[in-house]
Design a protein around this ligand. Sequence first.
Ligand code: NAD
Length: 452
Amino acid sequence: MLTRLPRCAECAGLPVRLRVKVDEPTTPGSQTEHLREWESPLYRDALAQFDLIARKMGLDENLYHRLRFPQRTTIVSFPFRREGYFKVDTVFGYRVQHVLSMGPTKGGVRFAPDVNLGEVAALAMLMTWKTALMGLPFGGAKGGVRINPRELSRAELQRLTRRYTAELMNVIGPQRDIPAPDLGTNEQVMAWMMDTYSQHIGYTVPAVVTGKPPALGGSVARREATGRGLVSLFPSAANHLGMRLEGARVAVHGFGNVGSLAALAAQQLGCRVVAVADYLSGVANDKGLDVESLIRWTSEKKVLQGFPEADAISGEAVLEVDCDILIPAAVGGVITKANADRIRAKIVAEGANGPTTVEADEILREAGVFVIPDILANAGGVTASYFEWVQDLQNYFWTESETVARLREIMNRAFDEVLQISIKEKVDLRSAALMKAIRRVAEAKLMRGVYP
Ligand code: NAD
């Protein structure tokens, strides 16, 4: 058991009212009704995880309540002109900043048809834990626009991005909140965000976003950082489990930035990538898929479907193929209590944010699956984003080998620390990672005190 955190000195001795009971359901008229604002399966899961660990750690009650909800939430609706000029759609955008006490906030922007406030809030909370775990000087944030980017022309995507950025002028900035790419956004979208922000400010501000193209102050190796960072943990994980990586079978669910580059890094490490999926379908080949050909195919055809020298399977089937390592790298909530007992991998390395529900996590734990949790496994992205932000502020850029070496070092140090906590506390890696992260945020909040 971790030692209890000291209580807030100013509050010591004062009666602390527990306004929200741990695990109390959100029912109309109940004291937890205000949870409705954030209602979504992902937010409920994020809270359930947090509640569990807060209880284990004996977290200060005031802090416990403080950390359950984001500090600042921005919801915007704005007009967006479609091709043809006369059609104007109204779309919804969000930016949620969970903890403002650690420095600027940091987190991705997703463009997806099902984006909502609860999902974005949950992801912002995960970002707080992730940045704290990695020792980065940020709180967590997340943003999104509810739209299907695959249906937009390039000009529409640019207009949407610029208007969304303009709506957020008061809440983002290099010392306020620094967006980055996520689901449905990429380097080009970050370039348009940076340009829009700079046009409003009146001079070029590269440090307002990360994940930019290197020509605009982006960091070399940022694009590869999440996938590569995740795979850089495989040797330590395999070593801990006494497993051979040479020829180990890997399945990857989601073949975008994270999935495709994780697959490539795994292949370069000597693993055999046997199945991959995108939003439409999956492909499998037990002899191994050539990841470079897959990347060429998808950059041309946009989807995996039709890739020769592979069997067509469903996306869901990719999660359940016979493999040693499964990398969920698409969306949240894909490993659930309905399919968790059919996962055959020995290691699940969470490239996506929140791919495993709380119930599924328990099933995997009982089955002895070694889950490398999202806040650790995919932290390479935000770590490289931190490098990019530092380089932009200093106008001094590192070489690729410096960047890759520092990334590998930070990732592996975090993995080792989390593994040690998990052994010492006899908990899984997710609990250990959350304990370390929550402790750091709690200490910072206690030291800062309550204003006024
Ligand atoms: P992306 O848009 O580049 O790729 C997403 C991929 O997932 C695409 O291949 C898409 O077809 C596929 N996909 C979407 N819905 C799917 C579904 N229901 N079933 C199967 N496949 C589906 O996005 P990305 O940047 O690679 O992000 C993927 C995940 O990784 C997200 O959960 C994101 O939050 C997380 N993440 C991304 C980064 C980053 O640096 N990009 C960092 C940390 C975490």
